[in-house]
Design a protein around this ligand. Structure first.
Ligand code: SAH
Length: 296
């Protein structure tokens, strides 16, 4: 009799202990899951870089809904107005341009080598072939221009781009600046708003062996969220303010952005922006004149 009572008491005590253990384990589990649930419930602003939000395993990446779906307009053969072969004569003109206009302005060896390597004449309409190695901007259609070579070199040097770093360009235009960047790093991303220019640039880049440059037809104001953060961002059209999404997509570990800011049609200021954590510093470099930054 006594033995059976003791046995029953043993069972009851065992059950109570088990219940307490289960309750404790549950409470710990809840605590562990807390931040994940909070992360899921918090609406994520689309321009916040992945590095700035807590990465929770298994939580799907939010997809921006405003991403334009329109693609680049790939030019037909008969509309494709570029000469894509290099020659001794073009190389000699390029060398002279680098020696006279680029080397006095920049000292970074990699930038100088890039300017020597990329055949600028392939990026301009054939009617401007003979001017391709003069140090001034040239029309590329749709009211846009390929930038002045010495300015391309200076802006590239300001980025202080290292091999393997990820760089975003806003304003692909002809594709020339993107090719210069690709000579320095293999992580080049570039966005162009005008479909025809985006398509022509894509075709030139593919033909010249720059097929691994990532191109996008879209409004660069929003940056390229999917590939952020970027070690460097270069903007080659002039907005009247610094787009917040671009600052947000700049690497918090010393990201650099070179951007002209000012009124359309006049002189703008070229700025060097640097980001360390949430600290963003801006330094005015010099005056420039770029085509306007347009929006869709
Ligand atoms: N980096 C270019 C310069 C092109 S001129 C080159 O090497 O040739 C600037 C370009 O910026 C133009 O082609 C213009 O269409 C483009 N642009 C203007 N606003 C833009 C925007 N919001 N997003 C992307 N591209 C834009």
């Amino acid at each position: 009799m006594k033995n059976r009572r003791r046995e029953r008491l043993g069972w009851v005590v065992g059950l109570v202990v088990l219940t307490v253990i289960v309750a404790l384990v549950r409470a710990c589990g809840q605590r562990g899951r807390g931040p994940v649930e909070e992360w899921v419930e918090t609406p994520v602003q689309t321009f916040v870089t992945p590095s700035l939000v807590t990465q929770a395993p298994g939580v799907p990446t939010p997809t921006p809904t405003f991403r334009p779906t329109e693609q680049a307009a790939t030019p037909a053969d008969e509309d494709f107005d570029r000469s894509l072969t290099d020659s001794e004569e073009m190389r000699a003109r390029r060398d002279a341009l680098v020696r006279r206009q680029v080397m006095p302005m920049v000292s970074d060896e990699r930038v100088i080598a890039a300017m020597q390597a990329v055949p600028r004449h392939c990026f301009v309409p054939t009617s401007y072939l003979d001017q391709a190695y003069n140090d001034h901007p040239l029309p590329i259609g749709y009211g846009q221009t390929i930038s002045q070579p010495s300015l391309v070199a200076m802006m590239t040097e300001m980025l202080d781009l290292q091999a393997g770093e990820r760089v975003l360009e806003i304003g692909t235009g002809s594709g020339y600046q993107a090719a210069i960047l690709r000579e320095i790093t293999d992580q080049v991303y570039t966005i162009e708003i005008i479909p025809q220019l985006a398509g022509t640039a894509r075709r030139i880049l593919d033909t010249l062996g720059y097929g691994d440059i990532h191109t996008l037809r879209g409004d660069g104001y929003y940056g390229w969220w999917e590939y952020a953060p970027f070690d460097a961002i270069i903007v080659t059209a002039a907005p009247d303010h610094v787009p917040a999404p671009l600052v947000a997509q700049l690497s918090p570990n010393g990201g650099r952005m070179v951007i002209p800011v000012g009124p359309p049609g006049g002189y703008q200021s070229l700025w060097l922006i640097e980001r360390h954590g949430e600290d963003v510093t801006m330094q005015r470099l010099f005056s420039v004149m770029f085509v306007p930054f347009t929006r869709e």
